[in-house]
Write a protein that binds this ligand. Sequence first.
Ligand code: ADP
Ligand code: MG
Length: 505
Amino acid sequence: MHSSLLPKNQSKWSKRQIQILESIAEDFTVSTVQLESMATQFVHQMRVGLTEQKPSDLAMVPTFVTGRPNGYERGSYLALDLGGTNLRVCLINLKGNHELESHQKAFKVSEHLQEANVSELMDFIANSIKEFITSEHINAQIVAHPTDSESLELGFTFSFPVAQTAIDGGLLLRWTKGFNCPGAVDNDIVKLLQQALDRNKVNVHVAALVNDTVGTLLAHSYTHPGTYIGAIFGTGTNGAYVENTHNIKTMHADSDEMIINTEWGNFDKDKNYLPVTIFDNKLDRESINPGVHVFEKMISGMYLGEITRNVLLHLIDQRVLFEGTSSPKLNKHWSFETKFMSAIEDDTTGSLIPIAQVLEQELDLYINTQADREIVKFVCQLVGTRAARLSAMATAAVIRQGLDKGMLRNHGYPLKLSIHEEERVDQNGASKGADANRELIQVGIDGTVFEHYPRFEERMKQGLVELLGPHARDIIKLDIAKDGSGVGAALAALIATKTASASSR
Ligand code: ADP
Ligand code: MG
């Protein structure tokens, strides 16, 4: 065993504690070689999903979004974001200089509505939009920044699995996340919403339907032209990227490029390459959708706390943590939230008193020694680091596809800096100037885990360096695309409207 896997400055851990934690550390540590074999498989599954009719773990959904904004677009568009307990209605004013203004209002989707007939849900959405656009302040905004057409154009970010049929059409495959409204599955979500808008006399036209990853990619392109990937690391995880249409054999497109929604949460569902532990298997088995989205279950905010809880209970049962005693709270399924891990990893005090506070106040674990607190922190580090490295693997695989197929300017990997770029980085450090920006690979990211989990970004970058070479740090830009789904839906509406008017000319 390599004792190097354990933290350096731990207080007196017993021989048994050291032995058991070394074995846990081995289970959770993902080597460069493992990352490499997963990335190779990921690219393979991407290509199967793009080219063959036989199903791939990666669905690689063509989105019908055939262009990216460059930041000069102008106009006023409505956006809707439905994907959880809140419905957000936004008005986005695109100013044409990479800047925009957004106003929004959230409406709570009650538990009743989450299971009501879909027409009731859609009436609620239509009336929420009506309430939003008739409020005095918003109305003044709309008059001041009109769209080109008469009715207001709306983009809809709908974060449930959809079989997209057009930029403004998609059939709901199944409800997830607690929703179960009869009358929606196999029906066109855009039609259902448009009918409700017409029924309620709301003069709004649904121009586009997008996934939140696609929205994030579009939104980031507006402020960072040339963005290649939009990714989510929040409740779940997923990514969308720009593909050359020559490589998409599952449909015919007239454009040069199209955004593909990878649905990467389902990567390697048979667990042939993923380093799953007994703790992951336990979580999966006890989840509402066993065998589905196994990759997502190792990465995203809904699950990381639960994996950690499973490890802690195992250590308690081996009598190497909390003197072998759990609490009723810790015994409860899903009680250990991912945000606790953030707070625990954030504690860099010698005494680890802040960790003691989380354990006591959130979980009723009052007997905790210094060694206990160190062990809890170490387990969070293992689970959190693995999540970030797997996130890097998916990102790197999508970048490799772009490098191999010519969608990115850099050719092949390890990534190389151009001569021009080398001078620039030597002299000035990070990105400077519009020309230099074209060399960069831009990734727009939305999600609380990326934003708030300590060192998530740094750990991701380390993984990117291992898979794409030392220059990955300078060339790949991981940036937060705040509220990407709202802004992105508005941009999708704009793209759809322009495409429609161009083709009817
Ligand atoms: P969504 O993906 O649904 O749009 P978010 O991006 O806000 O939502 O992510 C919500 C997820 O983030 C939840 O699973 C929650 O457990 C997790 N989370 C909340 N706060 C934190 C935090 N401080 N650190 C890490 N994860 C967090
Ligand atoms: Mg979100």
